[in-house]
Design a protein around this ligand. Structure first.
Ligand code: CA
Length: 511
């Protein structure tokens, strides 16, 4: 206990790379002017927690370096020991996509991790699942009200008779009607919905509820000749008959799903998505590197790991293309960045639109600093594949799945890509959860873990105070992924039933 008190009194900063000329203040509440660090550095003014302090005098326009990378340029001369607030940082331009090295620093494979398994469900198509859910898909939002009514009754009246089935989930969304269905980019929401409908946690049981006049034909939700049942509301005689039909169909499928039992599956069957939201300056120091370490462990055990969020890798892309396993993967990675640059151009913004007021209060000066912390989630493995938004992951290893950074849009697209578990890091705090898969939340700071003791599953804040190492928290996350995938442990989001709505990414026109 004494140790704890003493440690909190010692002023601490974290410098990540030996060449960095700034560091971030660790202590809760920040540190006042006059504070002297053990190294002799004295603060000239109050510096809030997570915010940057100049480790030496900086001239006007001099490079400000964190993570060993340029995060900006000094707006005017900055004295050693000063607070480097965002207003003092000129943002650099993002890396030129035509000047990137590809595959010149492909990391060697780390030693395989043998013998790790999880208790999952085996599907007829060979895929594995981490949950046993009846999923009911929809081809248009018009049906949402009726479906919600039916799902409520299914849960109350039918589900209790099938104890092996964990939940009934309606895949409601805002697509289907009034959309330019043949626009080139419409492929994104369409394949997202197709891949959500066939998510492995639904066990191959497919029901699509449609209206009957929508542009997105319900048959399109069954792209590979998948067997499935379509319920069209316009074919039924009144509300009660519609609900009755959905409930009858649900019961038939629940009977089959109830036969599913957990069996031991190799970890190579698992697909894990990494995401961050509500980031702060600690994200790239504590939670994201620990998640990256867990990502490496998963890859070593043969699993598939997805990392995403284009605007949060765009400024670190020069650190990622060298890790592309070959030219083709590197080119596709660059192509996804170009596509997104163009998409942002059309909206007359750039990647700097990403950072939020909360990010800035948490010490992140700009998107460059945020991105350098964000890409730590990818660990250190070779990047073996790249997915366009909503494409399904078909290979093992570390994959870049291009998505917006918006938490619900990224979550929805990673679900379409087939994740079984999502690991979500947060610094400012968000109660985010998904209905289809468990979400493990990793907090970046001790104070957040204490404040949200019943929402944050893993506290990576101990890394900043020296109470735990990145490796230790990485192993904790890895083991928790296995326990949660096996249904042995519940995440807080599962415990409280926190489920954010699906949010499709539709870059195509709406008519
Ligand atoms: Ca996000």
């Amino acid at each position: 206990m004494d140790n704890n008190i003493q440690r909190k009194e010692v002023p601490l900063y974290i410098k990540i790379n030996p060449v960095d000329n700034v560091a971030i203040v660790v202590n809760g509440g920040g540190l006042p002017a006059g504070t002297v660090f053990p190294c002799g550095l004295e603060l000239r003014e109050h510096v809030p927690q997570g915010h940057k302090v100049a480790l030496r005098d900086l001239k006007q326009d001099e490079e400000i370096i964190r993570y060993g990378e340029v995060i900006g340029y000094a707006v005017h001369p900055i004295h050693k020991g000063s607070w480097i607030d965002e207003s003092l940082v000129h943002m650099p331009t993002s890396p030129d996509l035509d000047e990137l090295s590809i595959g010149n620093k492909v990391p060697a494979a780390l030693p395989p991790l043998e013998g790790y398994t999880f208790e999952g469900f085996r599907n007829a198509d060979g895929s594995a699942a981490t949950k046993n859910i009846l999923g009911i898909s929809t081809s248009v939002q018009c049906v949402a009200g009726v479906l919600d009514y039916a799902v409520k009754r299914i849960k109350e009246e039918i589900l209790p008779q099938y104890p092996n089935v964990e939940d009934v989930v309606a895949l409601n969304h805002n697509y289907g009607c009034g959309v330019a269905i043949n626009a080139p980019e419409a492929i994104i929401p369409i394949r997202t919905l197709q891949n959500l409908t066939t998510h492995p946690n639904f066990g191959g049981e497919i029901m699509v509820v449609g209206l009957g006049c929508e542009k997105l034909l319900p048959e399109k939700m069954l792209p590979n000749g998948d067997a499935g049942t379509i319920v069209l509301l316009q074919d039924h005689q009144g509300f009660s008959k519609m609900v009755q039909k959905i409930m009858e169909q649900a019961e038939e499928q629940l009977q089959r799903l109830n036969d599913r039992k957990r069996i031991t599956c190799p970890l190579s069957d698992l697909v894990v998505g990494m995401q961050c939201g509500g980031s702060d300056a600690f994200s790239g120091v504590t939670a994201n590197p620990a998640v990256g370490y867990a990502a490496d462990l998963l890859v070593r055990a043969g699993a598939t790991v997805l990392f995403s969020e284009v605007t949060e890798v765009r400024d670190g892309i020069h650190l990622l293309t060298p890790r592309a396993v070959n030219e083709e993967v590197g080119r596709k990675l660059i192509q996804e960045m170009k596509w997104y640059d163009h998409y942002l151009d059309l909206g007359e913004v750039d990647r700097s639109a990403n950072t939020t007021p909360g990010n800035k209060r948490g010490g992140l000066a700009n998107i460059v600093e945020k991105a350098l912390g964000s890409i730590a989630k990818s660990g250190s493995s070779a990047i073996v594949g790249v997915l366009s938004p909503g494409e399904k992951a078909m290979q093992k290893g570390l994959i870049y799945a291009a998505t917006p950074a918006s938490d619900f849009v990224c979550g929805t697209l990673q679900l379409a890509s087939g994740i079984h578990v999502q690991v979500f890091t947060t610094g400012r705090g968000t109660p985010y959860g998904l209905a289809m898969v468990p979400v493990i939340k990793v907090g970046t700071r001790n104070a957040l873990a204490e404040q949200w003791h019943d929402l944050i599953d893993v506290n990576a804040g101990q890394i900043a105070t020296g109470e735990a190492t990145i490796e230790e928290v990485g192993w904790e996350i890895f083991r928790l992924i296995i326990d949660v995938a096996s249904g042995r442990k519940e995440t807080w989001a599962e415990h409280w039933g926190l489920k954010n709505a699906l949010c499709l990414f539709n870059p195509a026109p709406v008519t």
